[in-house]
Design a protein around this ligand. Structure first.
Ligand code: HPA
Length: 237
């Protein structure tokens, strides 16, 4: 069985899927970190792979950018392919001086300005949150590996280019640590389908601390650190 967006067969995906935004990052992760990786999805070049990490089967697939995109792919992974856990591995912009470029944020929760939530017809404001056990495992392995992580709230925005260039400051004033475009929809799908999700984001740019551009090597190293946190957390007993 396949879907309009995924030509993998049922059983092709592992119970846990890592999701970078960029499908070429999915390919990079499969080739660098997994053994016996095979490609399972090719539709729209949203590459998906399944392989092994330290004897455990793990999948990796691109999510695309934004909540409509990750909304589709994560919904199908959870509901059609029986995936239990999705760990987003992405980047975010920094909103807080205590979080620097290349630091890793474990998104305990994800605020949003998106309309995705309206489908559930809730009489109030839903709080999209990470799965606690998945979050705790990621924090535990990061500490063991000596990689600095910050746990807290992020914003999943619909607007990368916001006409109101000051809008971010209101979120920052509420202690929101950074901004990306996917976690809230992933967390809502997981909540609705009784599944587990976590977003891990490396800070790639900063709204306050300027002039901290990173070299390609530094970016690769911090991306690899984030992947190692995700992979090691999956095999942690
Ligand atoms: N805004 C939205 N999404 C992002 C950003 C940003 O500044 N950086 C990385 N993902």
């Amino acid at each position: 069985m396949s879907t309009d967006h995924n030509n993998a067969a049922k059983g092709d995906f592992a119970k846990t899927v890592l999701m970078p935004g960029d499908p070429l990052r999915a390919k990079y992760i499969a080739e660098k970190f997994l053994t016996d990786a095979r490609q399972v999805n090719s539709v729209r070049n949203m590459l998906g792979y399944t392989g092994n990490y330290n004897g455990k089967e793990i999948s990796v697939m691109g999510s695309g950018m934004g909540m409509p995109s990750i909304g589709i792919y994560s919904y199908e992974l959870f509901s059609v392919y029986d995936v239990d856990t999705i760990i987003r591995v992405g980047t975010c912009g920094g909103y807080n001086e205590n979080v620097k470029v290349r630091d890793v944020i474990l998104a305990q929760a994800a605020c949003t300005n998106s309309n995705y939530i309206s489908q559930y017809k809730l009489n109030g404001h839903f709080a999209p949150i990470a799965d606690f056990e998945t979050l705790l495992k990621a924090k535990t392995v990061a500490e063991k590996m000596g990689i600095k992580v910050v746990v807290g709230n992020i914003l999943s925005t619909d607007m990368f280019y916001n006409d109101d260039s000051e809008a971010w400051k209101q979120w920052a004033s509420m202690g929101v640590l950074g901004v990306e475009m996917e976690a809230a929809a992933l967390y809502m799908n997981a909540a609705k389908l009784h599944k587990k999700a976590l977003a891990i984001n490396t800070v790639s740019d900063h709204f306050i601390i300027k002039g901290t551009d990173t070299t390609p090597e530094e970016r690769e190293k911090s991306f690899d650190d984030m992947i190692m946190i995700a992979l090691e957390s999956v095999i942690l007993q």
